[in-house]
Design a protein around this ligand. Structure first.
Ligand SMILES: [Zn+2]
Length: 333
């Protein structure tokens, strides 16, 4: 299961969805499309489109709505009744299509109360925004807000999305079992140096920005720790080459086609034991299913230790993460 997935809309959705549906049994579908998914009605129509794009694969889209300052408890309740698994909060301008994000997260007291009552998961983009906030500290500065929310709503299930720092790992590990975190593939591989060091690497550019070596190491350790609070969410975010390789290029790493072989390679690099497959299954499926109260995965894929060179490009316009690199693992049909 991919616990954090951007599938976009329209033609891009049709092109990228099969790569996720081919290897994952389910995905938590992010709502920051254009326009954003803000209520049950738009969520249901988006769900139908995603289902059409993944038909026949057995993939289950787990739908979400975006929570903004105009969201009401009844909007949350209706979305939940219609199958929303989570509500997602962005702060303004922290990532793609987040211009309408929530400026004052503590104004959402009634929403959190309702979500706690419904046992609906709250997903937090978890970065402080604002031009005066130093970019690499945005995640860390959000952590006191997370702690405050969990103090006030101890039974609310919260996912801190795409963590990038050691202090986020430590904070989540120290909170109750109602709090978990997603870790992306690219944040297991990258530091800030891989984004801009001598030359800009547009296909590694993402929000949140990868951080220090010590942060990457903390994420790697958390991913193999066997602690079910840490699970895989690819944050696979496709943009075309035209919108990546230009001035004002978009943030986002397209990792869906390489997600499972990429995770397996990380496990091989980090785990002493032979049980790489079991580790991948837990980190990239079982732990998220448990947190989201979903039934166990029944679909199986075959992961083989046969070298695989990641294609340079998919569909002539999406450059994947690790393009052109040889990985020791591949998914075979
Ligand atoms: Zn995302």
């Amino acid at each position: 299961m991919d616990a954090h997935l951007h599938l976009r809309k329209g033609q891009i959705l049709k092109e990228v969805a099969p790569y996720s549906a081919g290897v994952f049994g389910a995905g938590v579908i992010m709502p920051n499309t254009d326009p954003a998914i803000l209520d049950a009605k738009s969520m249901l129509s988006y769900e139908k489109v995603v289902e059409r794009a993944t038909r026949g694969s057995g993939f289950k889209p787990l739908m979400t709505i975006e929570i903004r300052e105009g969201t009401t408890p009844s909007m949350v309740r209706i979305a939940h009744e219609w199958g929303a698994i989570a509500g997602k909060i962005y702060l303004p301008d922290v990532t793609h299509n987040s211009e309408g994000g929530v400026a004052n997260i503590m104004s959402l007291f009634a929403i959190f109360e309702e979500m706690q009552k419904l046992d609906m998961v709250l997903c937090l983009h978890s970065e402080v925004s604002g031009k005066s906030v130093y970019g690499l500290e945005r995640k860390t500065l959000f952590l006191p807000t997370l702690v405050k929310i969990t103090d006030w709503f101890p039974n609310l299930r919260v996912v801190l999305e795409h963590i990038t720092t050691k202090d986020a790992v430590d904070t989540v590990a120290g909170l109750s079992n109602r709090v978990a975190a997603t870790i992306t593939l690219h944040h297991l591989y990258l530091t800030n140096n891989d984004v801009a060091d001598g030359k800009i690497q547009p296909h590694n550019f993402c929000m949140p920005i990868p951080k220090h070596f010590r942060d990457r190491e903390a994420l790697q350790r958390a991913s193999i720790s066997g602690n079910p609070k840490f699970f895989f969410g690819s944050d696979s975010a496709p943009h075309t080459t035209a919108t990546k390789e230009c001035a004002l290029g978009c943030a986002g790493v397209y990792s869906a086609p390489v997600a499972i072989p990429g995770v397996a390679t990380q496990f091989e690099n980090l785990v002493v034991s032979d049980d790489i497959r079991r580790g991948v299954e837990d980190f990239a499926g079982n732990f998220a299913r448990k947190f989201y109260n979903l039934p166990e995965e029944t679909r199986r894929i075959t992961l083989r230790r046969v070298p695989w060179t990641v294609p340079q490009i998919f569909n002539s316009r999406f450059i994947p993460f690790l393009a052109g690199k040889e990985l020791p693992w591949q998914v075979v049909a």
